[in-house]
Design a protein around this ligand. Structure first.
Ligand SMILES: [Zn+2]
Length: 94
């Protein structure tokens, strides 16, 4: 291969990352896969969106629901329970 997949420090170059991305699962060049498994720097680069594999789009993270919605739901639930209890009591009193 004419393009260097790893730099002088042994870390993956851009070409190295692209070679990893192109290869099928389990078919990555052994030396690249072995380095990726043992090098925190390259893992970090792979995971930080800058060098994420193109075929695995990042999962969109949903923002948590606003606090007021949680309290509104809780209040509504308590209101239902109170209405149910009042109805039962009203029926029992007849
Ligand atoms: Zn590395």
């Amino acid at each position: 291969m004419s393009v260097a997949l790893r730099n002088a420090k042994g870390c993956l170059t851009e070409a190295g990352f692209r070679a990893l991305e192109r290869s099928a699962v389990g078919q990555a060049p052994a030396e690249l896969a072995a380095h990726m498994a043992s090098c925190a720097t390259c893992q970090e680069r792979m995971l930080s969106g800058r060098r994420a594999p193109s075929e695995t789009p990042r999962a969109e993270r949903k923002p948590p629901p606003p606090a007021w919605r949680i309290w509104a739901l809780l209040g509504f639930t308590l209101l239902l329970i109170a209405m149910f209890a009042a109805t039962v009591r009203w029926l029992a009193a007849r």
